[in-house]
Ligand binder design. Structure first.
Ligand SMILES: [Zn+2]
Length: 229
């Protein structure tokens, strides 16, 4: 459960929206539909043979040719997501696996937009008419709300002068992992693709700088507000 912010609107630290995790004992499950999107987006990048090998390596062969159904039942464990990311690196190497995870994030945003966009403000005319910098802020908040609402996550977004900060804890991508650096490339990919879409095809620097898997208290993705030239 995430509660609405106590610090919302505080001009001093320019918090866009801050959530407090009221209960860390929330069940760690994605809705089936998000699990399905994860597998479809990976399949788009590594192909059907690739996803079969990854699912076998992750000891999740029950999902081969049998992706989760298109519903919001909380049945796709966070640990499944994490195991798939580990398997991706086992099969393709650390560099290759993380690169594919990032690209799968791009694809996942497109699937997510198609599936969930119509039920959010992003499809409204007023949203489409916003200047793109305001769209960027609203879009990040809408995406955070979607994860928090659907998957019991506790994503919060903060705004600074030159960047947005995207905090995730707990993080399905790296839950129960121990690594020597940030590994949540999939999240960075989703955010990068969303900003590309929101801004009308501009590229932004998006990087995970802190990760629970490598000992940080939360996963943190930093998003530059200024697009690349
Ligand atoms: Zn992480």
């Amino acid at each position: 459960m995430c509660l609405l912010p106590s610090t919302q609107g505080n001009p001093e630290n320019r918090v866009v929206k801050q959530f407090m995790c009221a209960d860390k004992m929330i069940p760690h499950y994605y809705p089936n539909q998000l699990g399905r999107i994860l597998l479809l987006s990976l399949q788009e990048i590594i192909g059907r043979n690739g996803i079969t090998t990854v699912l076998n390596t992750a000891q999740l062969s029950n999902f081969i040719e049998d992706y989760p159904p298109k519903n919001l039942d909380l049945q796709f464990g966070y640990d499944h997501v994490s195991k798939i990311m580990i398997a991706l690196e086992k099969v393709y190497g650390q560099r290759g696996g993380r690169g594919f995870a990032r690209r799968a994030g791009y694809a996942a945003f497109k699937y997510g937009l198609r599936e969930f966009g119509p039920s959010t403000d992003v499809s409204s005319l007023s949203f489409r008419l916003l200047p793109w910098r305001r769209k960027m802020r609203s879009g990040l908040n809408i995406l955070a709300d979607t994860f928090n609402h659907l998957a019991g996550q506790c994503v919060r977004v903060e705004e600074q002068d030159d960047r947005f900060l995207w905090y995730t804890d707990p993080c399905p991508l790296c839950i129960e992992r121990k690594t020597d650096g940030p590994v949540c490339q999939f999240t960075a990919g989703v955010l990068e693709e969303m900003l590309y879409w929101l801004s009308g095809s501009k590229y932004f620097i998006v990087n995970e700088t802190q990760c629970v898997a490598s000992g940080d208290p939360t996963c943190l993705v930093v998003i530059d507000k200024k697009p690349l030239e």
